[in-house]
Each structure stands twice: as structure tokens, then as C-alpha cells.
Write a protein that binds this ligand. Structure first.
Ligand code: ADP
Length: 731
């Protein structure tokens, strides 16, 4: 049987004093003895090594006073010496000592005073071991613990079964439990997201990946649940799987995120639904999004134009703005970003929409943090209205000018016509007085010819001034045009094709048929002159109606039913400069004169005057090298049937003894008229004013059979005078 108890001292093998000395000398702790005065009596190898000496001998020789030379702190030395003087043992005192190289270290130190039985002297005997490593470890542990406790995050150590084995100060605070309470709880008590089953799965995954970051919820002692962000680290120790988790309360962050999401949603909704076309662009020029109005009006999506540069390319496709816009915008953007300016100067420019339409837009750019918002303000309507206003103003200006010129020309032409009447009258009388062989006859005929041509010109002026005396009748335009077609064909020559496209509906109008001839002849002659070689003239008619809307955008037009008479040619056309002057009397590009190919500048002014006199309107469309179309609108007449043109008698009936009353305010014409009528054998009563005429009728009531009058006179018109005379002489 083996001994169960430790051997008794008597059982030990006997050791020699040398054996004991060797044991002491090689013991793993420092052993020493010294005199109370501080002189080493003995020290072993371990002590010398601890203090950094090569051997006990070296240390013994170097250290003169144990107490003074070796303690790092004098307080420790004094304390130890006092205890020894009081004959008390010092046990496991921890203090710092100084090594040979002056560095310090921690040691655990026991010493006591011993009386030598042989010499009766007192000496000290002690043991010392280096505990620096343990002290440093303890310090490190304390620091770590302190840091964990003061960390702003909640720190928990959780063991494999889910028990909380460590909780820092912050965890206690945020969960509302004391540390002891927490250390008696499991993770499932504070995290409602974890069931034991899920904990197993979580551990399994954490084992694989080492560290896991996720969001969960924690529940406080008083039942409040709050969101947390967790970092859980896998740690194996002594065969257990531990989890070191750092978690933090993210209530505030969640709230901010939610607010941000809501504001983002609001921004998106506003952006989407804003009535203004808008595009959202990144700072490097990518088009991130466009809103509904952008898609509706401009039409390009981010698929069509993923970058702003491509968007500019599309928007200014065929415009010289392309280069200018993209560079200008780029420069402005760079400047704004550099200067931290949130706004870029708004630019007005035409934008080509996906449907091909060009719209006028003001583009404004805003830099909002990392987004750039472009908004497009469509001013097309405003722009068009402005252009329309200018056009109408010009139209009005033009017609006012023509009106003024008309008044002026009318006044002159009226007097001039009277003079010419006199000249022609006397010339005719003079011819009647000369025989066919008379040498003067040819000269008078030349005078008469020149006067007739001048008279024709003045007639045109009168027509322009709407002073032409007319005999309106109701007739069908189509029939009338057909009647004059042959004459026009001869007028324009064979090299020009003449197309006649009458409208289906009857085109009844009420005007002097002579004026219609004048219009057609003048327009066709101009069309002929505009065609250099071969070409085509088209005459069209149609029934049209204008409503109030149309008339608002066309100066001078009035709502109602009209007949359209259009004359088009594919000749040289006109530039705008010519176009704006064509209705002015004496405006011509053909060179002034009476010869062939020369212009008088009266053709279109006559047409204009006639159309206006008949309450009609005239429009002209012309493009250089393409041709010209004149559209004349004459009021449609309600009368169904067209009356025949009144027959004009060519021969003048000689007198059978009748008396004629002639009224004329121009004395020369009055005299001429008298002479001509008298030559035909009539008795003539002449009156220079309407009042004289009334007087004459009163005095010669029964005698007068016919009354001839000038129309335009100072006191009253010829028509008014006729009415007055009819009152006196109803028969
Ligand atoms: P005239 O024919 O004597 O020149 P008008 O008043 O008839 O006078 O015409 C004025 C000017 O208008 C013409 O000189 C010509 O420049 C221009 N014009 C008129 N009609 C046409 C047309 N059909 N094509 C091109 N130019 C025209």
C-alpha cells in the first residue's frame, strides 16, 4: 500500500548543509540576508538576475546599502524598516525597486529580522519575486474595464446559452436595469426579436462570419421598445462561444431617416406634379429624372437623353443655339459650383420638343446641395401673342397709311379728273370743228390721246381713293369670271397656263361688274409680269365665312359670309420689303412710265381701293422664287339670282326739244357740258351749285325732262340733290 499522507520530516533523506546551500542559491525566487545597516550578507542567483546583475558576487560588491540603493520609493523603504525595527515581519509587500540599469520593476517582498544564535547578532532575511508582468496585466485589465464602462455604446458579453455575463454602464443606463439584474438575465429578456431558436441560428452564422452587423429592438425595464444597431463579434474562450456585442440606440437616427424619407417623398411628389417641366440632373451632368410636365411638353425621357449634353443636343437639334447653350450653361454651372452660388442665370431660348414643335422657353437652373434642378418656363404663347400684336399693329399701320394716301390722292385726282374732262371736252369740240384734212386735227388728236391716258390713270387713283362712281349690281362671281376668261387668256399670252377653279357653291356678290374686271385684269397682268418664261396662273373662287375668333387675329376683317376670289402665280414672288409697299399708289418695281413693261404702281392700289369700297378684304401671301397668291374676300350677297349687267348705250340720242338741267361745281366742266348738250340740240339749264339747281327747278318746274349732276360737290352730293329735286318734281 502506498502512503496516502505526505512524508514526515523523519522520513526525508538526510541532506548535507551543502545541499541546502545549493537549493537556496538556485531557488526560483530571490533570497537574501543583510545586516540592519544595509549590508548584504548573502544573496542568490535569482535575486541578482532580478536586479539585472551578472552574478550574486557582482551585486554584493556593487550594492553598498540595500535599503538606500534598491527601493524606488523612499516611503516603502521607511515603512519596511519601521516594521523590522518593531520586530514585525513584512509579508508579500508589493513595491517598486531599482535595477542595475536604473529602471524600476514591481516585486512582491517578504522580510523579517532574525537573531543569530551563534553570535547573537540581528540580521534581516528576505524573499523577493518580480511581479511586474502581473501588475501590468492587472493595470491593462483595469483600463479595459474602465473603457468599457465609460463607452458610449452598450456593451454586453453573452455566453452560448444567451446569458448576459457582462454589461457595461451604458447598457444598464439605456435598459434601466442594475448591473446585477442584467447579469441574471438572458438576451431574450431584452431583445424581443430573438427567440432561443433564432439565437441558435444567429450563433451559427456568427461562427462562420466572425462579426455581424444588424438592426434589432431592445426593451427596457419599464417596457419601452427602441430600435438598436448591433455589432456582434464571435469569441471563443475556455471552450465556450461568447458574443461581444456593441449596440446603440438609433431612435433619433430612425426618426431623421423617416423625416428625410418623408421630405424626399414630398420633394418627389412636388417635382413629379409641378406644372412646370423640370429635370433633375447630377453634378456630373447625368439626367436623373424628368417630371410629368416635362414628358408632356418637351417629351424626352431619360432614355432619350441620359446626359444633359444629349438633352441639349436634342433640344437645340437644328439650332445655332446648340453650341452656345451647352457651353454657356457648363461655364455658368462651374462658376456657380465654385462660388457656392445656388442659382444660374436664366436663359431664354427655343427648345425643340420631341413632337418636332419648337417652343420658346426660359430655362432656369438651381443647385440644391448635390442636385441640379432645371426648370423650363414655356413662354411660347406669350411670344406668339407678342409677335401677333406686332403683326396686327403693322397691318393697322399699313391700312391707316393707305387710308391717308387715299384721302390725299382722292382730292387731287378729283380736281385733276375735272381738268382732264375739260381738256378732252374742248379737244373733242375742236376736232368736230376741223375737217379731216385740217393739219391741226392730228395735233388735237395727240392732245386728246394723252388726256385720255391721263384720265385713265386718274380713274385708277379715284378707284384707289374709293371715289369711283359705281353702279353695283348683284351677280354670280363664277359666271362673271368665266365671261372675262377669254380676254385674260389673250392678255397673259400663250406661254402661261391659266387654270380656272370655280367653287361649288354659288358665289353671289353685289358690286360694279366693271370693278371686278379691273381687279382681275390688274392681278393677272401682275402675275404675268412675275413669270419670266413659262408658268401658271390660277384663278379660284369659293364661299367662306369668318367667325369672331378669326377676325380677332386679322386686322380689318369682320365676321360674316364672304366670297373668295384668289389669283395665284408661280412667278418670282416678293420679298417682305416689296410686300409691305405694294398697295401704295405709284409703288412699282417695274420702272415708272407709260410704255410696255413699265409700271405705274397703280394696279394694286386700284384693287385695294375697289375691295375696300365694296366692304371686302384682301390678303397676300408671297415668297421669293415660289410665287404669290392674292386672296380677295367680298361680302356674299343674300340675293339668289344674279341680275344681268345693265346694257350701256353706245350712241347718244339727239334732242327732240327737251330741256336738261346740268349741275357741276367745276365751272369749266359745267360750260363744257352745256356746250356738248347744246351741240346735240338740247336746251340746257346750268347750275354751279346744288342750291342753284333747286332754285332753277322751282322756277322752271314744268320744263325740265332730265337732270345731270356731278356726284361730289361742296354743299351736298349729287344723290342727295336728286332726292331733293324729286320732292319738288315727283313725276
Ligand atoms: P405695277 O404693276 O405698275 O408695278 P402694281 O401696284 O400693280 O404696280 O404692283 C406693284 C408692285 O407689286 C409691282 O411692281 C411688283 O413689284 C409687285 N407685284 C405685284 N403683283 C406681283 C406678283 N404677282 N408677283 C410678284 N410681284 C408682284
Amino acid at each position: 500500500m502506498q502512503e496516502k499522507h505526505p512524508p514526515k520530516p523523519s522520513d526525508l533523506p538526510s541532506l548535507t548543509p551543502q545541499d541546502y546551500q545549493d537549493m537556496l542559491m538556485n531557488a526560483p525566487v530571490g533570497v537574501f540576508s543583510s545586516t540592519p545597516e544595509g549590508c548584504f550578507l548573502y544573496l542568490n542567483v535569482a535575486l541578482a538576475e532580478i536586479f539585472g546583475y551578472a552574478s550574486p558576487q557582482e551585486m554584493m560588491a556593487s550594492v553598498k546599502n540595500v535599503a538606500k540603493d534598491l527601493y524606488a520609493d523612499s516611503k516603502d523603504r521607511k515603512k519596511v524598516l519601521r516594521l523590522l525595527e518593531e520586530n514585525k515581519a513584512v509579508r508579500n509587500h508589493e513595491c517598486r525597486f531599482v535595477r542595475k540599469n536604473n529602471t524600476t520593476f514591481w516585486a512582491s517582498y517578504s522580510v523579517r529580522a532574525v537573531h543569530n544564535e551563534k553570535d547573537g547578532k540581528l540580521y534581516y532575511q528576505g524573499f523577493l519575486s518580480d511581479i511586474t508582468e502581473r501588475i501590468l496585466e492587472k493595470e491593462a485589465l483595469l483600463r479595459t474595464q474602465f473603457a468599457m464602462d465609460r463607452a458610449p455604446d452598450n456593451i454586453l458579453w453573452i455566453n452560448s446559452a444567451g446569458h448576459i455575463v457582462y454589461a457595461n454602464h451604458s447598457s444598464c443606463n439605456s435598459l434601466g436595469y442594475s448591473r446585477d439584474e442584467l447579469l441574471s438575465m438572458k438576451i431574450f429578456d431584452i431583445d424581443p426579436e430573438f427567440s432561443p431558436n433564432q439565437w441558435e441560428q444567429h450563433k451559427e452564422k456568427r461562427r462562420r462570419v466572425g462579426t455581424m452587423a444588424f438592426e434589432s429592438r431592445h426593451i427596457t425595464k419599464d417596457g419601452r421598445i427602441f430600435p438598436v444597431e448591433i455589432r456582434s463579434n464571435h469569441f471563443e474562450y475556455n471552450g465556450d462561444e461568447l458574443s461581444l456585442t456593441f449596440d446603440r440606440d438609433i431612435t433619433e437616427r430612425k426618426r431623421t431617416e423617416q423625416a428625410l424619407r418623408e421630405s424626399e417623398t414630398r420633394f418627389r411628389q412636388l417635382f413629379k406634379m409641378a406644372p412646370t417641366p423640370m429635370a433633375h440632373v447630377s453634378k456630373d451632368g447625368r439626367v436623373l429624372d424628368v417630371n410629368d410636365a416635362f414628358l408632356d411638353i418637351i417629351g424626352y425621357s431619360t432614355d432619350d437623353a441620359p446626359t444633359l449634353e444629349q438633352a441639349w443636343q436634342l433640344s437645340f437639334e437644328d439650332s445655332d443655339q446648340k453650341e452656345i447653350m451647352s457651353t454657356k450653361w457648363q461655364n455658368e454651372l462651374e462658376r456657380a459650383l465654385a462660388e457656392n452660388d445656388d442659382q444660374i442665370e436664366a436663359m431664354e431660348c427655343p427648345v425643340r420638343c420631341k413632337d418636332g414643335n419648337e417652343r420658346r422657353m426660359i430655362i432656369s437652373t438651381r443647385v440644391i446641395e448635390d442636385r441640379i434642378i432645371l426648370s423650363f418656363f414655356d413662354i411660347t404663347a406669350h411670344h406668339q401673342a407678342e409677335a401677333e400684336r406686332k403683326r396686327l399693329q403693322e397691318q393697322l399701320h399699313q391700312s391707316q397709311k393707305l387710308e391717308a394716301v387715299g384721302v390725299l390722292a382722292g382730292g387731287v385726282a378729283h380736281d385733276f379728273n375735272n381738268m382732264l374732262g375739260t381738256i378732252m371736252g374742248y379737244a373733242e369740240l375742236a376736232i368736230n370743228d376741223t375737217g379731216p384734212a385740217d393739219p391741226v386735227r392730228g395735233k388735237i388728236e395727240a392732245i386728246l390721246d394723252a388726256a385720255r391716258r391721263s384720265a385713265s390713270l386718274t380713274r385708277q387713283l379715284l378707284a384707289f381713293a374709293r371715289k369711283q362712281t359705281i353702279e353695283p349690281v348683284v351677280f354670280d362671281l363664277n359666271t362673271a369670271v368665266e365671261g372675262i376668261m377669254e380676254m385674260i387668256r389673250r392678255l397673259i399670252g400663250e406661254h402661261i397656263e391659266l387654270a380656272w377653279l370655280p367653287g361649288d357653291t354659288p358665289c353671289t356678290i353685289c358690286m360694279d361688274p366693271v370693278q371686278l374686271d379691273q381687279i382681275l385684269v390688274n392681278l393677272c397682268v401682275n402675275a404675268r409680269d412675275a413669270i419670266a418664261d413659262i408658268g401658271r396662273i390660277t384663278i379660284e373662287t369659293n364661299a367662306v365665312s369668318f367667325d369672331a375668333d378669326y377676325c380677332q387675329t386679322h386686322a380689318e376683317f369682320l365676321p360674316g359670309d364672304y366670297v373668295l376670289l384668289a389669283v395665284s402665280d408661280n412667278g418670282c414672288g416678293m420679298a417682305n420689303e416689296t410686300l409691305s409697299n405694294i398697295f401704295e399708289p405709284f409703288f412699282t418695281t417695274k420702272g415708272m412710265g407709260m410704255g410696255m413693261g413699265m409700271g405705274t404702281g397703280m394696279g394694286l392700289s386700284t384693287v385695294y381701293g375697289i375691295v375696300r369700297q365694296n366692304q371686302g378684304f384682301i390678303n397676300v401671301y408671297s415668297e421669293p422664287e415660289k410665287g404669290t397668291t392674292f386672296r380677295i374676300y367680298l361680302p356674299r350677297s343674300a340675293a339668289d339670282s344674279a341680275e344681268a349687267k345693265p346694257q350701256r348705250t353706245e350712241t347718244i340720242r339727239k334732242s327732240r326739244g327737251e330741256t336738261i338741267l346740268i349741275v357741276e361745281d367745276e365751272p369749266m366742266l359745267l360750260e363744257l357740258g352745256m356746250m356738248m348738250l347744246q351741240q346735240l340740240g338740247y336746251s340746257v339749264i346750268a347750275a354751279a351749285t346744288p342750291h342753284e339747281a333747286i332754285q332753277a327747278v322751282r322756277e322752271n318746274a314744268g320744263e325740265i325732262q332730265l337732270f345731270i349732276t356731278d356726284v361730289v360737290m361742296p354743299e351736298m352730293t349729287g344723290r342727295d340733290l336728286a332726292e331733293r329735286l324729286q320732292e319738288i318734281r315727283p313725276d
